[in-house]
Design a protein around this ligand. Sequence first.
Ligand code: AMP
Ligand code: MG
Length: 334
Amino acid sequence: MRLAAVPSSIPAGEVRPPSKDETRRNCGGETMGTTWRVDLHSSRMESVGEVRHTVAEVLERLVGQMSHYRPDSDLGRFNRARGAQWVNLPVEMFHVLDTALSVALETEGAFDPTLGHLVNSWGFGPNGPTGTPPDAQAVLDGLFRRGWSRLLLDPARGRAWQPGGVSVDFSSIAKGFAVDQVARVLDDFGIANFLVEIGGELRSRGVKSGGHPWWVAIEQPPDCEGFPEVVVALCGQAVATSGDYRRYFMHDGVRYSHTIDPRTGKPVRGDLASVTVIHDQCILADAYSTALLVLGEAAGHLFAEKRQLPALFIARDGNGFRHSCTRAFQDMLD
Ligand code: AMP
Ligand code: MG
């Protein structure tokens, strides 16, 4: 079975379908430990080469700023700053931190960009996999060292306050931001019809030839056979999915996934296997999908309904799965 989700309205001026001389082309590469891909309609073969080059440059710049894995990144510099001090940040990183702190505030800390030490202790950070849960002391230590509310921003001077020892991790938001930045590059090239994807997070503009929407299949947990495939007509919007199957380890029959509940310092428990969010901005689709996975089914639904967010929840149910969605998502299915 297949369910199709279509936006109830398309922003005015959004769509200029590809003309006959515009051919569908694509380019891609590797970034952020995953892959990127752009599908676009263009009349000029050369423009794809230029697009590939510019996108690769932009992504390299973002990785140089925000990679948790590169000690020489601006993020590495922020995390290593000795003692309490202001740290100057590049404009894009400042924006990502600002957005991450807003989502942390909005979700009462369920989304927390300062879990770097905990993420590492659980084997999902730059120190590499451990395969076993950390001891209680390491969890306590990570809980003590997190603290999004202790970071401060100084927009006038483009700097952030490092209270000392806080480890920022942008893995739950940087891909979404990068998708938005790539979409901006394509806008600047004057490309009216495209689909951008980085590691499963997507954003589109316009339509494909013949006026057909960019249909994208929503990522589902593996072993979901027999479960309805959900496809979305992305029209100027972004979609992001967070799942407990993306990175995890099994220990004594328990699944430990890379999404950490900041209240316990441990991987989230509960039935949710994945959450997908649709939003105009991929940075927010990415942050919210992580946040809803932490909040869990009941609180996640409440949060998303209150903000009229289209969101799809897939939960484990015995040996199978069940799904539920918000009213805004249901409206797209009807
Ligand atoms: P995503 O796949 O976008 O849901 O991001 C998951 C990644 O975000 C994990 O690998 C961690 O690096 C980081 N992370 C884990 N828990 C949280 C959380 N509660 N809030 C923000 N980021 C988190
Ligand atoms: Mg995310």
